[in-house]
Design a binder for this molecule. Structure first.
Ligand code: ADQ
Length: 733
């Protein structure tokens, strides 16, 4: 791992500040993240930025305690005023994002003041982090509280390596779209160089939301947007297994607890459930399934106990208070209905328990009953497995926990199906020892191998790569040096300008017809094209009719339609590049495109003199991309031996002759005149690469937006191109 300074950012720090006896006390929150990040933060002289868990006004004792955190551990406290902290944490984070991302839309509450507090809290985190972003630093942001932070940081520190990991699931796009500030949230994330998700389906859901909400294409492993690339990765979090096994082996309290529980549950099998008391964890479903188990398996009466440990969580939120009442009610009902003077079926512990007690229960339980309704990963499943080297138990695991993707040897159940869950638990209790061992050994080896250290190392290695790629991209195709380009333009005696239109001079619109040029653009082109010693052409994939209607009156401007298949000098007539071109192929290709257009609502076919184009900008984006892949595949086979090519552009598939390309325009424009000493070519997509290729070395080739390119320089978008052209037009006057 490279040794750049690490700045970890999460809502909470590994320490919490607690008022005590008129002063302050520090409580340690253990957990895999602190274990995984702690040593790396220390080794790299890094820091951990987070909220200390308290919003009291500053006093000397408080400041001194926080100062000590910083000095001794590198933990930097972000101050959030009580007002902001409540509406940010209990409000937007936990009553909007949490239910929505876990796919509980009916629990979602959205208040604009909550959103404002969320933005404000992210800003405060941003300011705190910026104090620590030195050259070469790597920032690693954690979880749903800080979704806007990557972009905020990117704006303030463009060169920083920024990574983000989402610990909770990313919802299906149909669900995500419900979020009133969905676009802001996605743009916030895209400021990162690397976005990590717990599972592959989470990553796919994110990509699908990008497409549906922002219209943003992506690849499986990356997305290129707004002049930047963000790497995407599915990286399931692990645990520090030794944190549990060492306690089990060496801690006297654990030994004592183990003996105590062994005695207490003598002759009984133990089913163990450990959760935060959260509606995503499925406690009522589990309790009802347990009741079903007792109903269907009377032989288990008196012989099995469900130990349910539930840590109180977010108790100020009404949904959680309600859940607490429901769980209390169910526990009471089951114990009342089935219990006897010497058997209590559900042993319910409503508090956090010390690690020593927890590992004793893990070591003793015959079955771990881990059935969240939805969970990013679920570490309890992995902790249980880590503690089962001696006496293998059985893991019953929800298919809706991220952990299910890597824990196939568990009994995987649908927690909503209470009947079958009860069946699975009954089967788990009766599983023969050799099968228990075979399953548990496989699980345990995986948990040990894919541990939290491997996880953080892989994240940081990928982040380093992503940062290095960004640096390379900037070197490979540099931002256009406007001042140098202007100077070269001014110094030249003869100039040649070749410009693409859609995506270069104007941004994309829903239909090709809506992209008419605004009057000031037409005027700008006229000013440029009539400068002394200047030859200028507009080169487009469009039909000549469009170019004729929009640009024929621009003085001095040559036009090339259909990628150069049709040409017109300023004030002249249209002429074909190949007068003998044969158009009969269209009769064969058109029915194929029609077949696909029929299947794809919102798509349509445009017929040109030398080409056919299938447009799907208005179609369902995912379906459209999928059909386009299939179409190109079919066309490539069909056209293999011909001089036609099927080419994908921005939401189009185009079939045209291989000789009709934008590079051909360069020779045509230069023919019959002395060679220019300033050449400029600007374009935004694959068809413009032909232009860049045919311009001689030393020409000013400019690619608009991201993506691999032959061009020497880049500009971010159409407004930047127009601003640059405006500067050129004004430079001689
Ligand atoms: P959580 O929702 O908090 O985490 P989980 O992964 O189960 O869920 O972790 C809970 C942790 O708390 C475990 O380490 C467990 O040992 C501990 N714990 C639970 N009950 C306890 C009790 N009564 N006493 C003491 N300790 C207890 C979020 C996501 C998860 C994701 C993690 C990590 O919601 O899906 O797995 O982050 O990425």
């Amino acid at each position: 791992m490279a040794a750049g300074k690490l700045v970890v950012v999460s809502n909470r720090l590994p320490f919490t500040l607690r008022p005590a006896d008129g002063g302050w006390r520090t409580a340690r929150s253990s957990g895999g993240l602190a274990t995984a990040m702690g040593p790396t933060v220390a080794r790299t002289g890094g820091v951990w930025v987070g909220w200390p868990g308290d919003s009291s006004p500053e006093d000397a004792a408080r400041a001194s305690e926080l100062g000590r955190w910083r000095e001794e551990h590198g933990y930097v406290a972000v101050e959030l005023p009580g007002e902001v902290a409540g509406r940010f944490y209990e409000g937007y984070a936990n009553q909007t994002l949490w239910p929505l991302f876990h796919q509980f839309p009916t629990r979602l509450q959205f208040e604009s003041t909550g959103w404002d507090a969320y933005v404000e809290a992210n800003r405060r985190f941003c300011r705190a982090v910026l104090d620590h972003v030195t050259p070469g630093a790597r920032v690693w942001i954690h979880d749903y509280h800080l979704l806007l932070l990557p972009e905020m940081l990117r704006q303030a520190a463009p060169a920083a390596a920024i990574g983000f990991f989402l610990h909770i699931p990313f919802p299906a796009s149909e669900m995500f779209r419900i979020l009133p500030r969905r676009a802001e949230v996605l743009r916030g994330l895209l400021g990162a160089d690397l976005l990590g998700f717990q599972t592959f389906p989470d990553l796919q859901n994110f990509r699908s939301s990008l497409l549906r909400v922002l219209g943003q294409d992506s690849r499986m492993d990356r997305v290129a947007a707004h002049g930047r690339v963000t790497r995407l990765e599915a990286l399931p979090i692990g645990i520090a297994a030794e944190e549990f096994t060492d306690v089990l082996r060496e801690d006297a309290d654990a030994g004592e607890a183990l003996a105590r529980y062994r005695e207490r549950f003598r002759d009984r099998q133990i089913l163990l459930a450990v959760d935060r008391l959260d509606y995503t964890k499925g406690l009522p479903h589990r309790l009802r399934a347990f009741r079903r188990l007792l109903e269907r398996a009377p032989h288990l009466h008196g012989r099995v106990v469900l130990v349910q440990v539930a840590v109180p969580s977010r108790e100020n939120i009404e949904d959680y208070a309600q859940l607490r009442r429901t769980v209390n009610g169910l526990v009471g009902e089951i114990n009342g209905e089935f219990g006897t003077p010497d058997w209590t079926p559900v042993s319910y512990i409503h508090r956090g328990i010390p690690r020593a007690e927890l590992v004793a229960l893990y070591a003793l339980a015959d079955v771990a009953w881990v059935t969240p309704l939805r969970d990013g990963m679920n570490l309890v499943a992995k902790e249980y497995v880590a503690c089962r080297a001696e006496a293998p138990g059985v893991l019953v695991l929800s298919e809706f926990a991220g952990a299910a993707a890597e824990m196939g040897e568990a009994f995987v159940v649908n927690p909503y199906d209470e009947e079958r869950t009860a069946e699975a638990v009954e089967a788990a209790l009766a599983l023969p020892a050799d099968e228990r061992r075979a399953r548990m050994d496989a699980l345990r080896h995986r948990v040990q191998r894919n541990n939290v250290f491997a996880w953080s190392e892989r994240f940081l290695t990928t982040l380093d790569q992503a940062g290095a790629e960004r640096a390379l991209r900037v070197e490979g195709t540099a931002e256009l040096p406007r001042a140098d380009a202007l100077a070269a333009f001014r110094a030249a005696a003869r100039r040649m300008l070749v410009l693409d239109y859609d995506g270069t001079l104007v941004s994309f619109t829903a239909t090709p017809r809506q992209a008419a040029p605004p009057a000031d653009l037409v005027a700008l082109l006229g000013r440029l094209a009539t400068m002394p010693g200047t030859a200028m052409a507009l080169v487009s994939g469009r039909r000549r009719l469009d170019l004729e209607r929009w640009f024929s009156r621009v003085p001095g401007l040559a036009l090339a339609a259909e990628h150069g298949a049709l040409l017109k000098r300023a004030g002249g007539e249209w002429q074909p590049l190949r007068p003998d071109a044969d158009g009969s192929w269209k009769g064969v290709v058109l029915p194929v495109l029609e077949h696909y257009a029929d299947r794809t609502p919102g798509s349509f076919i445009e017929e040109k003199e030398h080409g056919l184009v299938w447009h799907y900008r208005l179609s369902d984006p995912e379906f459209g991309d999928w059909v386009a892949n299939e179409l190109v595949h079919n066309l490539e086979q069909m056209l293999a031996e011909t001089e036609r090519r099927a080419i994908r552009g921005h939401k189009v598939v185009e079939v045209r002759p291989a000789w009709a390309h934008k590079g051909a325009v360069v020779a045509w424009l230069e023919a019959g005149a002395p060679p220019p000493d300033f050449r400029l070519g600007i374009g935004d997509d694959r068809t413009d690469e032909d232009l860049f290729e045919h311009l001689p070395e030393g020409a000013w080739t400019v690619r608009v937006g991201q993506g691999p390119s032959r061009a020497r320089f880049r500009l971010p978008d159409a407004p930047a191109v127009r601003s640059f052209l405006d500067a050129l037009a004004s430079s001689l006057g």
